[in-house]
Design a protein around this ligand. Structure first.
Ligand code: BGC
Length: 762
């Protein structure tokens, strides 16, 4: 009888499993792809692994182009950065009507922070600390991109970076593992939704796997090298979070790891990604990532292409190393048929999951393209999101917000620079659409105040530098007059004004790919402009444009108010005006430390204590870990950002000082808005393990909550802590929580915190 019940239960379980949607879908997909792959020749399989650049595709003669020929021959799996329904439809038509097996192609794009409606650059987005908004921005980006033919985005970029010299720090979420992981998951959710087969969701591609943000000296594409303990604890978790959230694809990074280019790293692509994390999607190289391994010194094209396939790479972006050499490598037994089949299957599966076999034109709907892109609703959301990303770095004597009256002098090379508002990696946007600061201020004041404008200076005195920093149509309309004449014009209007708004900093392309800097200040000529403006004796508000943390020691000493607006997208000007005039109270908090000078880099809040820490309150002591010429302190710490109001924190109330086994404890603080206006505060929770089997950081972010408080209002904020929050990879790379004493900190940034103590007992 007992045995009968057991058998019956197993049968029922089996039947119900078979009938769940997921299992049926998986079986259906397998059957479909098995049948298709049986028909495919080796060349057609290799064709699926090929992702060439969009090359010579022009609407109207896709079929006659070289690429058209390749597509017809079944040698192309997908294309990227090709824009418009018309073009994509024309190319897809060749694939599904003229190639032997009619396999649809997938179309990717770098939809990094929005499509036509752009949002803040990712570094700015990461200062919002509100995952609903992060997800919403990705959702809107997916809706717009999918309405225009795109089904795959090369985002999220989740490379942790602690080196602001690296230009691509602008494309990531800053220095922190926990914040970065949380954002990675939210973005994947925003792009992919719950159902990838819908026509308004797109497949995410988490990049750049791995450790790209740790390039030596902040120089792009440079070598990285780090211990496994650091890798597992600090750099890998955001990629894993994106994979856990269901990201359909992963992009390999350009850099080497442990002496092996990531593109050839079996450790990364197979051991970690597939075996340890259970990733089921496909892996694409970065742009010519395979070919570049020849320059890394790994062999000729045939050799490096075989290394990549052996490592676990499925798709070759641009370089055609797979397409042109794998057949030979197979005949020479350097790769196996099974490896090629697996890669081909994973790419076909992605297309299947996107629904392209059911309808290859499902993302090519002219009606949607005409009505769902750059809509008033999307732009409204983009403005609100932009406003939340601004970080108020300084506000002496409450200079901000300014009044909408009198005369306002708007001065600076970024003041009337709409082409630069979207920032780096905004390939789909129309550069004529963003709102400049000048336009935004005019829109906001109407007839209530007079806005005077002058450029004041070029971006940089060196025109060659400016040329390198204003590529891809992001011109700053360099003024050919002499520096003196440009400055004099600005001072003339400054002298007529009640308040000066100086829009200065970096151009959009001073950060981003291949835009590393060895000095990270505001260019000298703009500092000279600021100095001259300050000399007028008028109040000066610095509206700072930047794609990275800058060294702002002089500015912080001299300028009374500094509002960091990053590059915040198409609606930048209106958003900036809203915050300058106080319609919106700034609430962004830094996701990356601002150092005092370049010599302190890398500088990050969750560092180790060392054996010779500096005693508290001192900035130098002989034979301690410090510098002779600068303190160890940052200029602005991680998590920092001011508001037009002030928040006070009560002491921390712990539900218990003992965290036992799998139980939880809570930590509660009361936050009060002690000022006169409503505002939002990001309440941050950090912990420190005091004694560990390996040395542990002095603080680690473990949670945060963004709350809104009316003037005078108080709210209780409670965090729940379990031993899961205290886990880390020990020196055997085991993920463990260790018993012992811990500190817990809560505050409005990583420096100014309340403290409590508890003990973990396992
Ligand atoms: C970048 C990637 C990007 C790719 C495709 C590369 O140069 O490193 O982040 O997705 O180009 O445009």
């Amino acid at each position: 009888m007992k045995l009968f019940t057991k058998v019956l239960t197993i049968v029922i379980l089996f039947v119900s499993l078979q009938t769940t949607g997921q299992t049926t879908d998986a079986v259906k997909m397998k059957t479909f792809i098995d049948a298709l792959m049986k028909k495919m020749t080796l060349d057609e399989k290799l064709g699926q692994l090929n992702l060439p650049g969009s090359g010579d595709i022009v609407t109207g003669h896709a079929a006659n182009s070289d690429l058209g020929k390749k597509i017809r021959e079944g040698k192309v799996g997908g294309l990227f950065n090709i824009k418009s329904v018309a073009k994509i439809k024309a190319v897809q038509k060749v694939a599904v009507e003229e190639s032997r097996l009619k396999i649809p192609m997938m179309f990717g794009m770098d939809v990094i922070h929005g499509y036509q409606t752009t949002f803040p650059i990712p570094l700015g987005m990461s200062c919002i600390w509100d995952m609903d908004l992060v997800e919403k921005a990705a959702r809107i980006a997916a809706t717009e991109a999918s309405a225009d033919g795109i089904c795959w985005t090369f985002s999220p970029m989740v490379d942790i970076s602690r080196d602001p010299r690296w230009g691509r720090i602008s494309e990531g979420n800053g220095e922190d593992t926990y914040l970065g992981s949380t954002i990675a998951a939210a973005m994947v959710k925003g792009y992919q939704g719950n159902d990838l087969s819908k026509n308004n969701t797109i497949m995410a591609c988490v990049k750049h796997f791995a450790l790209y943000g740790a390039a030596e000296a902040g120089r792009d594409y440079n070598t990285t090298d780090m211990s496994r303990v650091r890798m597992y604890n600090e750099y890998l978790p955001p990629y894993k979070a994106a994979v856990d959230a269901g990201a359909g694809s992963v992009m390999a990074s350009f850099n080497e790891v442990d002496g092996i280019p990531a593109t050839a790293s079996k450790f990364l692509m197979t051991d970690v990604l597939r075996n340890q994390w259970g990733f089921k999607g496909f892996v694409v190289t970065d742009y010519t990532g395979i070919n570049e391994m020849m320059d890394h010194g790994m062999g000729d094209l045939q050799k490096v292409a075989s290394l990549a396939l052996n490592a676990g790479i499925d798709m070759d972006m641009v370089g055609e190393g797979f397409l042109t050499t794998l057949k030979k490598s197979l005949s020479e037994k350097k790769v196996t048929q099974q490896q090629i089949d697996i890669a081909c299957r994973l790419i076909l599966e992605a297309k299947y999951k996107l629904g392209l076999f059911d309808d290859p034109y499902k993302y090519c709907n002219e009606q949607r393209a005409a009505t769902e892109i750059f809509t008033p609703a999307n732009r409204k959301a983009a403005k609100e999101i932009a406003e939340e990303s601004f970080v108020l770095l300084k506000n002496k004597n409450g200079l901000l917000p300014i009044r909408k009256s009198g005369t306002i002098a708007l001065i600076g090379p970024l003041a009337d620079a709409k082409e630069n508002m979207s920032g780096t990696w905004s390939v789909a946007t129309d550069m004529s659409t963003p709102i400049s600061v000048l336009q935004g201020l005019k829109n906001a004041v109407g007839g209530n105040a007079k806005i005077l404008y002058a450029k004041g200076s070029n971006l940089d005195a060196d025109s060659m530098f400016e040329q390198r920093a204003t590529v891809f149509g992001k011109t700053l309309h360099r003024d050919s007059r002499s520096n003196e004449v440009i400055l004099k014009e600005a001072l003339d209007i400054a002298n007529q004004a009640d308040v000066i708004v100086a829009a200065v900093g970096e151009s959009a392309e001073m950060s981003g790919e291949s835009a590393s800097r060895s000095e990270i200040g505001i260019p000298k000529i703009q500092q000279d402009l600021l100095a001259a403006l300050l000399k007028t004796g008028k109040p000066v508000v610095l509206v700072l444009f930047t794609g990275r943390p800058l060294t702002l020691q002089w500015e912080n000493e001299q300028v009374p108010a500094i509002l960091n607006v990053w590059f915040s997208g198409t609606e930048a000007g209106d958003a900036i005006a809203d915050v300058l005039f106080g319609n919106v109270n700034p609430s962004g908090k830094l996701s990356t430390t601002f150092p005092q000078n370049v010599g302190q880099i890398p500088l990050y809040y969750n560092h180790k204590n060392t054996g010779r820490p500096l005693p508290e309150g001192k900035w130098f002591q002989k034979f301690r870990s410090n510098y002779l010429d600068v303190s160890n302190d940052p200029l602005f710490p991680f998590g920092y950002g001011l508001s037009y109001t002030t928040f006070t924190y009560s002491d921390i109330a712990l539900s218990s000082n003992f965290l036992k086994g799998n139980q939880t404890i809570t930590a509660t603080v009361t936050i009060t808005n002690a000022g006169n206006v409503a505002g939002k505060e990001v309440v941050q929770l950090y912990t420190r393990q005091l004694v560990g089997s390996i040395t542990r950081p002095v603080k680690e972010l473990k949670g945060f909550q963004k709350i809104a408080l009316r003037a005078g209002e108080s709210k209780k904020v409670t965090f729940t802590i379990s031993n899961k929050d205290l886990k880390f990879y020990n020196s055997d790379l085991k993920y463990v929580a260790e018993p012992g004493n811990y500190k817990l900190f809560i505050g409005g940034n990583s420096r100014d915190v309340k403290e409590a103590d508890f003990k973990l007992e396992l």
